[in-house]
Design a protein around this ligand. Sequence first.
Ligand SMILES: [Zn+2]
Length: 171
Amino acid sequence: MVYKIVKLGHPVLEQVAEPVREFDTPELHQLIGDMFETMYAHKGVGLAAPQVNVSQRLTVIDTSAGEDPAQKLVLINPEITRLEGSQVGEEGCLSIPGFREDVKRAMKATLHARNAKGEEFEITGEELLARAMQHELDHLNGILFLQHLSALKRDLIRRKIRKLQKAGEWE
Ligand SMILES: [Zn+2]
């Protein structure tokens, strides 16, 4: 099932999500499958559960955008354990469609997470994968990429979005 993605302005996007406590349940597997389906339908490389109005610490990432099944990544209750270097690159968000800006992130990120079965693992990503992991983990803490921009740029984007909301073009 392809979910509706909630957009900036929905309170769930600014909440700190709850840890997943039950693993390997049919509901969890279904949610993960649906999140991949939703992400691919919207041509994204990452999707966090709060973006489908589920306030849980769960995110899916696929930097190949569906081209290579080996790149599919499920991160549950993830914690960043190490950040190294820096990179600046264009970033967007399925919850803020139509807006892309340069964002500074660590070049390399290591995190600790659980998979759908509840098994713990560690993963290190660089470049795009590191960027996606940092972006998606921010979502679990109620943080959007706009918060990494200058106040000036952020206000400009928020003003444009308010106009779209008034015009009924931001649902
Ligand atoms: Zn996002």
